[in-house]
Design a protein around this ligand. Structure first.
Ligand code: GLU
Length: 430
């Protein structure tokens, strides 16, 4: 059997949906591989004077509906297979929320935690120089992703403007407010997902006060979501970061966790230093130390994977106790796990819908960059909510009409929209 990679996992789902949609061989071919794969090697001078080189990628999956759009991640696992899969998911994501973009993704394969700020800035600028010819406000618009921040977006915009001798606020999104960013972009991914949860519980007449949530990942999306849900009355029973997490059936206050994470660098920092934990204090507070694997199997109503991909697999899908899963991370669930969850009646709101709030507000930022306007926070929120709920409705309809899982339905809605654009452009003759 061929090795399972993020891209082969993506293809398994894509192929299943294309089959259900009865696409012709020519149509299938247009979706099966990225339009462009760009590779480079980024070399920087380390602070100690030595040189370091890192593989870098920009994969442009599809631009039938508009300029390529997608973040750049800095991560040791960001190899070509992962970046290809993420680029494909971006093409579907922009289509499911119906914003006029295609899909792409970038990656630098390295551990940013081992670099100084100066070295990080060098990598960011070198990335833009490496792909200068294939990016731009009308061509391919980058954004933040895992381990990339508004500060990094600002360095990248500055490098692009220097290299092209232009004023280009719409070149990149997720920028700081002081340098062309949009209000609401920093919280957009979580906010979009939160609107979906609100809609889901409204439709099912559920009460937030009675719902328990577990969140894996305490980066931008996970931490912001924890705050939103906590403030809305949900009980957060488990939280984690890459080093592990904490579980408390009585509920965890994310504000307190945030404070300790800032102070100690870890979600469990109030109780544990590395693997050594203060058992007495934990007992007193009714808190347990858990691993990331244990978090997924915790007893809760809503499970939110908000870290990396490939965490819900055939090994643990049978043990998941949540009734709903909202995928704030990209690609957290394998196709095998999907089948198991579907059989067990666990509803999965798939990544391309669940975390599309980020790219949606990126679109607003791009519009503001091109027009020179500044939207209010209220306008951003209002438009985001409308777009998220419209997308949810389209996916729900497709799921009920064609008896598909939400993931297959979201893929189907997107593929149809991309195909329509391809037909309109004369790329598909039928
Ligand atoms: N990296 C985010 C995502 O995976 C945002 C992309 C964007 O804003 O372009 O959706």
């Amino acid at each position: 059997m061929p090795r399972s990679t993020p891209y082969t996992r993506f293809r398994t789902t894509l192929d299943a949906v294309m089959k259900k949609l009865n696409l012709s061989a020519a149509e299938k071919k247009l979706f099966s591989e990225p339009q462009h794969i760009h590779k480079a090697e980024i070399t920087i001078k380390r602070d100690d004077g030595s040189k370091a080189a890192f593989p870098a990628f920009r994969v442009q999956f599809n631009n039938a509906r508009g300029p390529y759009k997608g973040g750049i991640r800095f991560h040791p696992a960001a190899d070509i297979e992962e970046v290809k899969a993420l680029a494909a998911l971006m093409a579907l994501k922009t289509a499911v929320v119906n914003i006029p973009f295609g899909g792409s993704k970038g990656g630098v394969q390295m551990n940013p935690k081992e670099l100084s700020r100066r070295e990080l800035q060098e990598v960011s600028r070198a990335y833009i120089r490496a792909f200068l010819k294939v990016v731009g406000p009308d061509i391919d618009v980058p954004a933040p992703d895992v381990n990339t921040t508004p500060e990094i977006m600002a360095w990248m915009r500055d490098e692009f403007e220097k290299q092209t001798k232009s004023y280009s606020p719409a070149f990149i999104t997720g920028k700081p407010l002081s340098y062309g960013g949009s209000l609401g972009r920093d919280t957009a991914t979580a906010r979009g997902g939160f609107y979906l949860i609100q809609e889901l519980i409204d439709r099912a007449a559920l009460d937030p006060q009675e719902l328990k949530v577990a969140i894996q990942g305490f980066g931008n999306a996970g931490a912001t979501m924890a705050h939103f849900l906590h403030n809305a009355g949900f009980t957060i029973v488990a939280l984690s970061d890459s080093q592990g997490g904490i579980y408390s059936p009585e509920g965890i206050d994310p504000v307190r966790v945030e404070k300790y994470k800032r102070k100690t660098g870890a979600v469990a920092g109030e109780y544990c230093t590395g693997s050594v934990c203060d058992i007495k204090k934990m007992k007193m507070d009714g808190v347990q130390h858990i691993t990331n694997e244990e978090l997924l199997e915790i007893s809760c109503d809503i499970l939110i994977p908000a870290a990396l991909d490939n965490v819900i697999t055939e090994k643990n899908a049978r043990k998941i106790k949540a009734k709903h899963i909202l995928e704030l991370a990209n690609g957290p669930t394998t196709p095998e796990a999907d089948q198991i969850l579907e059989k067990r009646g666990i509803q999965v709101i798939p990544d391309i819908l669940a975390n599309a709030g980020g790219v949606t507000v990126s679109y607003f930022e791009w519009v503001q960059g091109r027009s020179g306007e500044q939207w209010t926070a209220d306008r951003v929120d209002h438009e985001l909510k409308r777009i998220m709920l419209d997308a949810y409705k389209a996916v729900r309809r497709q799921a009920y009409r064609e008896k598909m899982s939400y993931r297959h339905a979201a893929f189907a809605v997107s593929i149809k929209r991309i195909l329509d654009a391809m037909r309109a452009r004369g790329w598909v003759i039928s």
